[in-house]
Structures are given as structure tokens and as C-alpha cells.
Design a binder for this molecule. Structure first.
Ligand SMILES: [Fe+2]
Length: 275
């Protein structure tokens, strides 16, 4: 396994791409962001030495997490110990990491495991301050229940964790909710920003437009699913009608957990709730 790292700069923000390669193919990429001496997210376990190098280089004195998933929290306990620093996150992230959680088989293969860690809870009313920045946590569930985006109002930056990822997506995990993500996207679109520091796909211009595209995609998707549901089709039939195909590799390796049908099922489940 070869692990490579790339670094980028936008204005005074440094951000780093941490990828994991298997048999020459990139199987996972995640970014971590540095603002002054603050680190946002800690990359996968397999990039431990790379993120430590970055953290030391920037003399990191504080860490915040967007959520508990292993590609974001993979080195949090290690970095806290190595650097003797505190980490702040949503109270639910604090609870999950204190108790520990089991990473899926695919997650372990791509990212490695996550050690328990004692974080400090951060409320939406708490601001994270550095020399040049002030970040406001914005509770944005839907991808998972402990998701914070971080908003830098003066600079017009949004650190969006896993809420954006792409204008259109094909697959969903069973714990994700399309309606809750729609609500979170609407909440974010009230804010004034142009830079979208997405954890998997950063967009340094037209970030708000990209987030709007994602919202439009979800709303269209729900509309289409709703129409086929009224016509009496099942989730797998709706998937076929929409011309969406499963990725057999994802489906098999996640034991059916990360699928195109889950996106349809999430819409059906949420539609049922509003009936
Ligand atoms: Fe995630």
C-alpha cells in the first residue's frame, strides 16, 4: 500500500489531501484544513505520519472535527497525545469517540480503525477563535447525526465536512437521511460564503452555487421517487426506472450497506413520515 500526500493553499488556508492507494488505485481521499494553529479533521489512520508532519509544521494547538467518521477522526487520539492539544466537536461526536465505535469492513480496509478519544463538546453558540479566523459551528445532520460544518463569516468560507461531496451523488449509507440533508443544505444556504472547503472535494469558488446544485439534485430526486411511489413501484423498480445502476463492488464489499437503492429507500422512508 502506497500512501501519498498533496498540499494546497487558498488565501492563507493550507489544506492537505490524504489519499490511500491499493494496488495502484486511489481508494479513499480526504482533506484536512489548517487555519493558523487550528486543524480541522485528522485524516485516516493510514496517513498517521503524514498528518503528524503537517500538524508539527503548523504548530497546531487545537483540533476540531466535523464528525466522527473514520476518515475524519482516524488520528485524533494520536495527535492529541503527540501534540498535547485539545479537540472540540459536536457533543454526539464526543460521546461516540469516548465510547468507541466499530468501523465497517470497507472503512477498515480504506481508512483503518479509530481509537477512543476524550474530546471537548462544542455548542453552536461557541466560536472557535484563532489569530486570524473565527469559526462558527453549524449543526448539519443528515450524513450522520453528529455533523458540524464550520462557517468563517468574515472570509466567506464554509468547511462543509461530508455534506456536499458532489453536485450529484449515486450511493447512500443506510444511516443517511435525504430529507435531513435537504434541511441542513437549506440552513447552510442562508449563510454568505463563496468558498466551500468540502472534506472530499473542495471548491474555492462558486461554493454556494455548488451547494445549491446539491440541494436541487436532492429535491428533484425526491420528486421523481415520489412520482414513481404514487404509481406503485418498489424501491428496486424505481431505481431501474430512474436508470440508476448499483456498483456491484461497493455493494459486495459493504455487505449491501452502500448502495444506489439506499438513496431511493431514504427518500421513500422520509416521504412516508410526511404523509
Ligand atoms: Fe462521513
Amino acid at each position: 500500500m502506497a500512501v501519498r500526500k498533496f498540499n494546497y493553499e487558498f488565501e492563507d488556508v493550507n489544506y492537505y489531501r490524504f489519499s490511500v492507494y491499493r494496488l495502484g488505485s486511489n481508494v479513499q481521499t480526504v482533506y484536512a484544513f489548517v487555519l493558523d494553529d487550528l486543524l480541522i479533521d485528522t485524516a485516516q489512520r493510514f496517513n498517521r505520519e503524514n498528518i503528524l508532519k503537517v500538524a508539527k509544521e503548523h504548530e497546531i494547538s487545537k483540533i476540531i472535527l466535523t464528525h466522527h467518521h473514520e476518515d475524519h477522526s482516524g488520528n485524533v487520539a494520536f495527535l492529541m497525545k503527540e501534540l498535547n492539544v485539545d479537540t472540540y466537536a459536536h457533543p454526539e461526536t464526543v460521546r461516540i469517540l469516548k465510547k468507541g465505535f466499530s468501523v465497517s469492513v470497507l472503512g477498515k480496509l480504506m481508512n483503518g480503525d479509530v481509537e477512543k478519544a476524550h474530546l471537548k463538546p462544542l455548542l453552536e453558540t461557541d466560536l472557535i477563535e484563532t489569530k486570524n479566523y473565527s469559526l462558527q459551528p453549524i449543526f448539519t445532520p443528515g450524513h450522520c447525526n453528529d455533523h458540524y460544518c464550520y462557517y468563517e463569516k468574515n472570509k466567506g468560507y464554509l468547511f462543509s465536512g461530508d455534506l456536499y461531496v458532489a453536485d450529484k451523488i449515486k450511493y447512500f449509507a443506510p444511516y443517511e437521511s435525504i430529507f435531513t440533508q435537504i434541511d441542513s443544505l437549506k440552513k447552510l444556504l442562508q449563510l454568505d460564503f463563496d468558498v466551500l472547503f468540502c472534506s472530499h472535494n473542495p471548491k474555492t469558488e462558486n461554493g454556494k452555487k455548488r451547494l445549491q446544485n446539491k440541494l436541487n439534485f436532492f429535491e428533484d430526486f425526491v420528486g421523481t421517487v415520489s412520482k414513481y411511489k404514487e404509481e406503485g413501484y418498489s424501491s428496486s423498480e424505481i431505481l431501474n426506472k430512474m436508470g440508476n445502476k448499483e456498483n456491484t463492488f461497493y455493494k459486495v464489499i459493504t455487505f449491501g450497506n452502500f448502495t444506489a437503492e439506499n438513496l431511493v429507500k431514504s427518500a421513500l422512508k422520509d416521504l412516508k413520515k410526511i404523509k
